[in-house]
Ligand binder design. Sequence first.
Ligand code: F6P
Length: 522
Amino acid sequence: MKYFVDKSSEWQALAKHYEEICSVHLRDLFKDTKRFDTFSIHDPNLSLLIDYSKNRITDKTMHLLIDLAQKAQIKERIADMFSGKKINVTENRAVLHTALRNMSTHEILVDGQNIILEIQKSFDRVHLLSEQIRNGKWKGSSGKAIQDIVHIGIGGSDLGPRIVYEALRFYHNGPRVHFVANIDGADIHEVVKSLKPETTLFIVASKSFTTAETLQNLITARAWLGKHDLKNHCIAITTNKAAAQKEGINEAHILPLWDFVGGRYSLWSAIGLSLACAFGFDRFCELLDGAHAADQHFLNTPYEKNIPIILAVLGIWYNNFFALETHAVIPYSNYLWLFPSYLQQLDMESNGKSVDMEGNSIQYQTGPIIWGAIGTNAQHSFFQLLHQGTKIVPLDFIGFKKPLVQIGEHHEKLMSNFFGQTKALAFGSEHENSYKRFEGNRPSTTFLFEQLTPRALGSLLALYEHKVFVQGLIWRINSFDQFGVELGKKIASDIFVEMSEKKIKNHDSSTQGLLKAYFNFS
Ligand code: F6P
């Protein structure tokens, strides 16, 4: 049971099938010349082609994996999520980030409240504020227009908006946006050192408004503003209005967030205000629209052609049968350099769990370790291991047909690497010199989008969100809580009190020794 969720016939059939296929080479599987047609999906509405033919699968594998997904009643669970059922059972919350990007529905009820009306009202405010900030009507306390926005937040309140900001830099046409997340003072210091208080606006994103890093950075921001009142230089987005007001933020400048939006899914909410300022509200809506298109695909496409379901079961195949512990993502776009970090939170905070929905300890493997970096840079660092190491790492390659920046032959050269690497990984190459031999049989999935537009980015992020959700369902875990981050926070806050009082309590000898060394106690 180290890898399999249970002993049901679906898991048994896959385990048996794994024995038949585990040593079959992709070179042999590709003797079927129709393999690409069988194992690729083109969705024109997403401007996306997914090629999963370079995975270690056959028709039978996919049938068995789809059986597994059907047994987990994925389609029924998707409907539950979209309709507002409280599927985050450990926190008794609905999970409705999909409602944030659904411009066509008029009503979804949560606890008797129509949340669509609330969402629309908040977007009206995002629209208005972003326009005011972009066109200079929002004035700081000295009457000057805003030139720089400093977005303060951490985790989903940082990585979500930050990946979009980086990915869409090409479209930037508003105030500069800077991001501050770390409690290390160096972060905010380096950001504000070249800014002027009178033309800077802080946007503080925190679902809880209790997060230590964000509150400390807000304190530092307030001090840095000096005579410029926080009231004219700060907007907050939070579920905890009272806490934001207590910190001195003008009530009129607090935008709402709700329990039905998880932190790592919050970029689609008013937390995207910094993005609407940077790119314009219409571009922000295009991002939402792309995510909505992916939602519709997820909701309405049968299992066999459903991209998030296919990606999810491929991940299960490698994680729970091949016993591969990591999964890497390699975007071939410089603009997507932050995507692996964003995906780490999305996937590892969601599915890094070892207790099932019923509270039982899990005896099988759940979420993989996610990592990666952009191509071609990654080719010159860790690709050696991917090609010739003893570990097999399933990979996602993400590329675009048309470049945003067309200079000389850059794009063609970039994309020749994109195609060449998956080929080399899958098929390898013989050589009489063993050092120069490539075994191949290393699986990858290729995402080929038309172009890196806000809409395509929205679709990309939403497809991964849904993949993670499907995997959580198959592993029977709640992908929407994150209790695993609490213990470290609690111990840090206790130690902070001890450090402030210079009274070190009894700890284990390691922690004690380190604290003593820090304070130079004998
Ligand atoms: O690290 C845990 C976490 O709760 C994340 O899930 C969340 O995105 C982050 O902290 C920030 O939380 P908040 O938005 O409440 O400040």
